[in-house]
Write a protein that binds this ligand. Sequence first.
Ligand code: FAD
Length: 489
Amino acid sequence: MTDVYDALVVGSGFGGAVAADRLTRAGWRVGLVERGPWRDTAPVRKLGIRQRAPLPYGWRVYSHFLRNIELASGGRAMVLNQDGLFEVFVNADVSILCSSGVGGGSHVYTALNVRPSVEGFWDDCHDAVSPAALEPHYVRVIAEMGGRHPRVADRIPNLASEQWRDSDVLDGTPTVEGPLHAVTFAAGNTKRDWSDGGVLGSPQGTKRTLDEVYLGAAVRRGLHLFDLHEALGVFRLDGAHRARWRVEVYDHRAGRHRSLRADRVLLAAGTLNTLRLLLRSRDELGGVADMPGLGARFGTNGDWFSLWPLDARGADFTRGLPAQVVRLRRPGRGGVPPYLLQVGFVGSSKLALPAPLRQWCKQNLVLFAMGSDAADGTVTMEGGALRVRYDTRRSLIFARIRRTLAIIGRGTGVVPRSLPSPWTVHPLGGAVVGQDARRGVVDHRGEVYGNPGLHVVDAAALPRSPGAPPSMSIAAWSSWVAAQLAAQG
Ligand SMILES: Cc1cc2nc3c(=O)[nH]c(=O)nc-3n(C[C@H](O)[C@H](O)[C@H](O)COP(=O)(O)OP(=O)(O)OC[C@H]3O[C@@H](n4cnc5c(N)ncnc54)[C@H](O)[C@@H]3O)c2cc1C
């Protein structure tokens, strides 16, 4: 069975959802394949989507938390549940956590919408790309996500500004340039359930997700959205075909393979899986022309996770905003300070966990630091398995983070305990935008050098680490690429 599209988008996260929105608005015939299911949330029910998979609350934390796990040393991924929420990639140098489902990372993210914290993020990557060129796209995607700063009238529990008001060490007051929170605040509504909206998803729709913001409307405009359809490889077609590209897809619901064809393919499967698709299509399937820079300049946004065992008696950090920015009151010298988030285990009260663990979640926090790293890692395919090489010692940011954590530990009397090895929820790069095929993998329109009609519109194309949560940079990139394609007709 073969379907032909003007554009086929792979993945429905920040890159894929925005591209599907822009191209369907421009009247293109667009297909989108997403390996995960629609999620059972209030906004998705409202859209009239009948086949939905639950988020991992209650006892489902044991069956629906993980979709698949992959040990870089142990070969191929092990799929536990197609409806599972998270993908875990365990790798010696850095491990990666990402998600699966219609709406991609928006179900699990902490809803912080912000521009890069490093100066000149879009400078010097390509003559046609600049901060000024991308700015209208930031403005648009940030407005579409509908976030804002929290206000006292919102009556949100556990505001960092209150928690650290009298602290000499930390400041949690929101700043104008700080992130907007893409949640529905319902000002003055004292019944708002502030345990809805954590990293296990938002059944009541407190968190604004991409299915609600973009995909439902795109489907109404004619988008063919294939949920539980996983792209396995991309193949360039010869001139005898109507389309330039064929994408081999596995339909998990029907348990069969199918081919979809399109004049343009926009890859937005998230960094890890976009790189997997490109590497596999090149190295194993011979479907794409060579890309010399593929897999280079992989970064982690300097992500560094610590448990912060505050053991705050009487506190309940399982309610509130999914994450909040905190800063050192006296950052000291030594470059841009790390971007710090405090994250409560929001929603964990709804999990079937042993009582002592539930209590522990109420009283403790995660301290999550990030910052612009050197983004000098590599991703390769070896013996059918992905391998990530990344050395934290080559990025100054990790030393800065350690110093900052030590100051926080001394100042608050509670030392944050870092995870034993690095983890990232912000993998990026590997198919970066560059001036030519020596300096990048894609051009200013996200088009892969040497592979006309194949584009990368997700975090894999970002030129460097933004040093702050990256979803708006990914969305802005996708919006910019799609606008150029739409203008071209
Ligand atoms: C716990 C957590 C908290 C976060 N908090 C924030 C935050 O507050 N602010 C922020 O800016 N960022 C945050 N992020 C990061 C943000 O979610 C990601 O940077 C963003 O989602 C990446 O967008 P993307 O389009 O590149 O990929 P994704 O959003 O990951 O989307 C990729 C989609 O492609 C699908 N897919 C994968 N492979 C295939 C395939 N072969 N075929 C079909 N579909 C496929 C996946 O299922 C997924 O739905 C967070 C991430 C995590 C994990």
